[in-house]
Design a protein around this ligand. Structure first.
Ligand SMILES: [Zn+2]
Length: 354
């Protein structure tokens, strides 16, 4: 990279020709024939080089009698805001069905792939790829919940048409698409909300057993989470038997180490089931890393898939995904909030008074 002091007008012109967004904020250029000045990255058609003048900033261009371009508004937003708008635009592009590569995306928002990736992650907390995948999964869930046939729903959602698309769709849903459809169509799920030591708790059951235990602070949010997992779930008044089962669940949540003896309805892909079974084998008071868990199921290279299976756990505490921490000892994420995870681990590692 050149020292800023050595940048010549030829360099600046090159930035204009390239519509280099990284040059925004470093200078503006004005066109003598139109009387208008622009940011380097302006998408407007370029003037001839001989009619272009450069200024250090908008103030100087205004002082020389030029008017700001309406398209790139070089006098208004800071370069920072201009970049934020590009990220917002990138988000919209990624939310459409057509999968975009980073290169295609960076061309469309006129930013280098490197800068786009870095800025996108800094702004949204997700990579562009993860953003795209989460929207794809959302479309798939919506389509399946509406009754669109499985194969068509997967293709319409934008999953690639290849032998891997079922697997990818399953990963996104946390179960096979067919099972998910069943959740939407046939399986009746009822639920109720109660207080527990960790805040609010939603307990849901199907005819096979307890199928979801979700923790949170907000009832409406918990109900929305459940409907995403089981679109046909109903909030029905709990009869005496269901109430009794809910009490058992809450007791298990509130106690340090009381295994729940109720039947569970554990739905997931074969891989997730394997991970969840391994989680249930971690004794109270102990933690393992994702790597150790991957080793435990005989798939030492599947660390990331193991982590996402932990994140897809629907049965809080009963399947103790809170007992998995990062290799360096950091808590890492928890579907129901890192504060709850810390609270649970502290409770489990502290010896109870006799
Ligand atoms: Zn412009």
């Amino acid at each position: 990279m050149k020292n800023r002091l050595q940048i010549t007008d030829d360099d600046r012109w090159q930035s204009v020709v390239n519509r280099d967004v990284d040059a925004d904020g470093q200078f503006v250029f004005a066109v003598q024939t139109t009387g208008i000045f622009c940011r380097p990255s302006c998408r407007a058609k370029h003037a001839l080089r001989k009619n272009v003048r450069f200024f250090a900033d908008a103030r100087q261009a205004l002082a020389a009698g030029f008017r700001p371009c309406k398209r790139c508004q070089p006098d208004k937003d800071s370069a920072q805001q201009h970049r934020m708008e590009k990220i917002a635009h990138a988000c919209q592009l990624l939310e459409q069905e057509l999968p975009l590569t980073l290169d295609e995306l960076s061309r469309q928002v006129a930013m280098s792939p490197y800068h786009l990736h870095r800025l996108f992650k800094a702004t949204t907390g997700m990579t562009p790829k993860a953003w795209q995948q989460s929207w794809r999964a959302r479309r798939l869930r919506d389509a399946l919940a509406k009754g669109v046939p499985v194969t068509q729903a997967i293709l319409n959602a934008g999953f690639p048409d290849s032998s891997s698309y079922y697997r990818k769709a399953d990963e996104a849903l946390g179960m096979t698409a067919k099972q998910f459809r069943k959740g939407g169509d046939n399986v009746s799920v009822r639920y109720t909300l109660a207080d527990c030591d960790l805040g609010r708790c939603l307990v849901a059951e199907s005819e096979r057993g307890i199928c979801a235990i979700l923790l949170g602070d907000d009832d409406a949010r918990l109900a929305a989470d459940l409907h995403e997992l089981f679109p046909a779930a109903q909030d029905v008044p709990a009869d005496a038997e269901f109430q009794q089962r809910v009490r058992e669940v809450i007791a298990a949540i509130n106690s340090r180490d009381t295994p729940l003896s109720l039947p569970l309805d554990i739905r997931g892909t074969a891989f997730q089931q394997q991970v969840w079974q391994a989680l249930r084998a971690i004794p109270c008071g102990e933690t393992v890393s994702y790597q150790q868990l991957a080793n435990a199921i005989g798939k030492p290279k599947a660390v990331r898939a193991v982590a996402s299976a932990c994140g897809a756990n629907k049965l809080a505490i009963v399947i103790p995904c809170h007992r998995v921490i990062r290799g360096d000892g950091a808590l890492s994420g928890y579907r129901w909030g890192i504060g709850r995870k810390a609270q649970l681990l502290q409770r489990e590692t502290t010896r109870e008074e006799p």
